[in-house]
Design a binder for this molecule. Structure first.
Ligand code: FMN
Length: 193
């Protein structure tokens, strides 16, 4: 199975990235992790420990200035890239084609090679520049999947909310999962169908 690249940037919502990493690790599915400098600091702030002390060695962790990392080249095969959480700064850099770090460069590569690129932005409210950048990326072939969990599944915990977003990412990657229930199943459980 070709691997997935998960890039973690300096936006709030590290629980989304942690949930996806745990899911891949438990399933024995290949994943590599890129993280920006600010992303590392926000991970530690929100998760309580540095990411380097939480990731198993099987999951490669690449710093944003690791230009020699394999995914910086289109000749290296990657199934899909997910940027989650995605900061407005990273989103803008990719929309403008500014390859300032390994995350921007890998996203550029995904677009030029016509490979799936999913961005999970976390910001609110959004200004016109940010909305335009999202439109630019969607027009270039990327998928914008905002970190906007639904509530129709009646979530009980913060983890339920994170599972909703990661479940939608896995749906797009066509990876079967049980993180969330489909609307159909929710209605059946509620006796509506
Ligand atoms: C605690 C904290 C939370 C932040 N949350 C967000 C956020 O949710 N969305 C966002 O776009 N920027 C957020 N920022 C600002 C970004 O980290 C900042 O713009 C940074 O330059 C992004 O760099 P990166 O994209 O290379 O990770 C936050 C910063 C801090 C310190």
């Amino acid at each position: 199975m070709e691997e997935i690249v998960l890039a973690i940037t300096g936006a709030s919502g590290m629980i989304y990235a942690k949930t996806m990493l745990e899911y891949f690790y438990k399933q024995g599915m290949p994943i590599k992790c890129l993280i920006s400098k600010v992303g590392e600091r926000i991970w530690e702030w929100e998760m309580g420990r540095p990411i380097s002390s939480m990731l198993p060695p099987e999951i490669g962790l690449y710093a944003e200035d690791d230009w020699w990392a394999p995914m910086a080249s289109g000749s290296y095969s990657v199934k899909a890239m997910v940027i989650m959480p995605c900061s407005m700064g990273t989103l803008a850099a990719i929309a403008q084609g500014v390859s300032n770090n390994l995350i921007h460069r890998t996203a550029d590569v995904m677009l030029k090679e016509n490979r799936p690129l999913i961005l999970v932005p976390r910001e609110t409210p959004l200004n016109v520049i940010q909305l335009r950048n999202m439109l630019t990326l969607a027009s270039a072939g990327a998928t914008i999947l905002p970190a906007m969990p639904g509530f129709y599944q009646k979530p009980k915990t913060i983890q339920d909310l994170a599972n909703f977003i990661v479940g939608r990412v896995l749906d797009l990657l066509k990876i079967p999962h049980t993180l969330t229930k489909g609307w159909d199943e929710v209605q059946k459980n509620e006796g509506l169908r």
